[in-house]
Design a protein around this ligand. Structure first.
Ligand code: 13P
Ligand code: SF4
Length: 303
C-alpha cells in the first residue's frame, strides 16, 4: 500500500469533514482505508445518517446516486464517475408502464442496483439483504420485480403467495456462474460449502448451501465451523473473508468473477477527487423527488 497517499487521503478527509464508504467488491486496499465497508443496504443506511459534509463513495454509480438522493444537500464524490453497474440499466420505463396498466394491484419492486430513473418509476427499493422482508411486508398481490431476474426468481420462490412478474435483467458477472461450474468446483473441493449471492442463476442457488448478500456471506463464513468454502460472488469479498478467517480457505467458482467497474477505484483517484472535488454525483431534482420515495420506503420497511 502507498502509505504517503493513505496519509494524504486521511488528512484531506479530516480537513473537509469527509467520510469514505466502500463496497465489498472494491479492491482490498480501498476497503482498508474506508470508514465504512459493507453491502448495499448497510452503505445506504450509513449514507442516510451521516453528519459528514462530503461522502466519497467507492462503488458504482447507482450507489452514489442513492447516497446523493438521500442527502441532496451534501456533496457525494465518486472517485471514478464512469464506474457503473451494467444491470442497473437493464429495464425499460415503457415495460414498467405497460405492466402497471395490465395489473391494478401491482407493486414495482426495484433492486437498488438500478438507475435513479428506474427508481423514480418504482414503489419501493430493495437490496439482496432486505428484499424478502420488504416483499412480504407489501400489501400487493402482484409484484413486478426489476431489473434482476435472478434475485426476483429467488424471492418469488420464498413468497409463493404472491404473483411475480419478472424482467430480463441480470448481473453479467453472477449470471455467468453456472451449476456445471459449481459441480466442477465441488469435485475439486469435496469438503467445501457453497456460498452464493442471489444474483446467481436459479440452477446455482438450488445447489448452494447458503444464499445471501455479500455481508450475509461474510457473516455466515465467520460463524461456520466448516473450513473450506466455494464462493459464488465477486472476488472483492475474499479480502474480508480471508482477513476474518485466516484458518479457512475460500475458492472462487470460475476464474473471472470480477466486476471490472468496481476495480476502477484506486487510492490515487480517491485522493484526486477529495483534493479537487472531481467526480461529483448529481441527480436531477425531478428524479430525486420520486425516486426518494422508493428509497425511503426501503429504509422504513427494511429496518
Ligand atoms: P450486495 O447488496 O450484496 O452488496 O450486492 C451488491 C451488488 O452489486 C451485487 O452484485
Ligand atoms: Fe452490477 Fe454485477 Fe457489478 Fe454488482 S457485480 S455492481 S450487479 S455489474
Amino acid at each position: 500500500m502507498n502509505n504517503s497517499l493513505v496519509t494524504s487521503i486521511n488528512e484531506l478527509k479530516k480537513q473537509k469533514n469527509a467520510i469514505i464508504l466502500a463496497h465489498y467488491y472494491v479492491n482490498g486496499e480501498i476497503q482498508d482505508i474506508a470508514d465504512y465497508v459493507g453491502d448495499s443496504f448497510y452503505l445506504s443506511k450509513i449514507a442516510a445518517n451521516t453528519d459528514a459534509d462530503i461522502i466519497v463513495f467507492c462503488g458504482v454509480s447507482f450507489m452514489g446516486e442513492s447516497a446523493k438522493m438521500l442527502n441532496p444537500n451534501k456533496t457525494v464524490l465518486m472517485p471514478d464517475i464512469d464506474a457503473d453497474c451494467a444491470m442497473a440499466h437493464m429495464c425499460e420505463v415503457s415495460y414498467i408502464e405497460k405492466v402497471r396498466k395490465e395489473y391494478d394491484d401491482v407493486a414495482v419492486v426495484c433492486y437498488i442496483n438500478s438507475t435513479a430513473e428506474l427508481k423514480s418509476y418504482s414503489d419501493v427499493c430493495v437490496t439482496s439483504s432486505n428484499a424478502l422482508k420488504i416483499v412480504k411486508a407489501l400489501p400487493n398481490k402482484n409484484i413486478l420485480f426489476i431489473p434482476d431476474k435472478n434475485l426476483g426468481h429467488y424471492i418469488s420462490k420464498l413468497v409463493p403467495e404472491k404473483n411475480f412478474i419478472f424482467n430480463d435483467g441480470h448481473c453479467p458477472i453472477h449470471n455467468k456462474i453456472l451449476s456445471k461450474h459449481i459441480n466442477e468446483a465441488k469435485e475439486s473441493h469435496p469438503l467445501a460449502k457453497v456460498l452464493s449471492h442471489p444474483e446467481c442463476p436459479a440452477e446455482v442457488l438450488e445447489i448452494s448451501d447458503f444464499i445471501g448478500s455479500t455481508s450475509e456471506i461474510i457473516d455466515y463464513a465467520l460463524e461456520s465451523n466448516d473450513k473450506e468454502f466455494i464462493v459464488a460472488t465477486e472476488v472483492g469479498v475474499f479480502h474480508k473473508l480471508q482477513k476474518d478467517n485466516p484458518d479457512k480457505v475460500f475458492y472462487p467458482v470460475i476464474e473471472n468473477q470480477i466486476c471490472k467497474d468496481m476495480k476502477f477505484i484506486t487510492l490515487q483517484k480517491i485522493y484526486d477527487s477529495l483534493l479537487n472535488g472531481t467526480g461529483e454525483m448529481n441527480v436531477s431534482n425531478e428524479c430525486t423527488e420520486t425516486a426518494l420515495n422508493a428509497l425511503d420506503k426501503m429504509l422504513v420497511l427494511g429496518k
